[in-house]
Design a protein around this ligand. Sequence first.
Ligand code: KG4
Length: 376
Amino acid sequence: MDILGIETSCDETSAAVVRDGREVLSNVVYTQIPLHRPYGGVVPEIASRAHVEKIRQVLSDALGERKIDAVAVTYGPGLAPALLVGVNAAKGLAKALNVPLIGVNHIEAHLHSPFLFDSPSSSADGEDPRDVCPALGLVVSGGNTILVDMPEYGKYEVIGETLDDAAGEAFDKAAKLLGLGYPGGLVIDRISEAFVRENPTMDFIPFPKGRPREGVSALAGLPAALCVSFSGLKTALMRYIQAHPDLSLSGHDERDWGGYTATPDAAHVIASYQHAIVEAISDRVRTALDMHPRKAFVLGGGVSLNSGIRKSLSAICSERGVKLYMAKPKYTGDNAAMIAGLAMYRRRVEGEDAMRMDATPALEIGDICAGREALK
Ligand code: KG4
């Protein structure tokens, strides 16, 4: 079965065709990052307009001459005006081609990305996701940091999450404070990796490791030991910068770290900041595996590209004999292949039911709320 997927939940306009849930026949991603860069973050109106301008081209490039059996679309969570562009395009296409429509949750789709493989391939790479569960999963992206239990494929229970900023926001806000540009995750990662490689024994600046206090109301019943709070980390960095007015990215001793320039002092701060995020996530993952022992761990989302997170989670999982599934780098960020892939395991809707599908900006993972059962 060949499914066309559409993704417009944030700042990527993407369309893809995926066969039988895993084999990627095409995946076109138009990123709006340069449009949002001057504002240091995603501007919903600009995102929506850019989706409208690009969606036709992206769809036509992904589809080519292919015949498809269904259309899948991200219907939440995400920015309302951005989601609407994809949902409306999907409805129009499903109607015009007379094929079913499938609504997909964006966060759940990130947890499908490790199971995608590129066509042509003589055999399916890796395992069928349905054989991997029971598993734990972690989505770390610009908008989410969520730990989930997956007793079986397609069932998700949130066991931990961020109480404020997502991991990607923590990276992006630090990059802004340090003058590294937007988005900041990759720059911070490259500088950190190069700095630590050259200074393997140095002490990190002790930034807070994002552990919320037990009993705070924002936990909403989740254990603090499985949640993160990154807002204090950003404040700690701000205070550190204020207390060190001489700290500068540029100076007589600036040099190259993984393709980006910084002074050794600035690189030390950057590496320490990344270390705090990696430690926070690693600590919560260790605790999650202690509390919910599982045979597999699935990692997805833009921040899952981070070298520190990949290295640390690989070590944690291998120590415990847990199999770690990570997405190929090109499928870590927002893309439609993960939408078209997961759609294979989701309910198809047709006719009037399909036309009733709505963009749902606050859709939660595992959300089967009244009126939306038809989309599952
Ligand atoms: O999943 P994603 O493409 O989309 C959103 O959720 O919007 O994730 C984007 C996020 C950004 O915050 C970006 O800074 C971060 O992923 N990111 C990284 C790395 N590459 C991208 N963060 C840390 N290390 C990286 N290598």
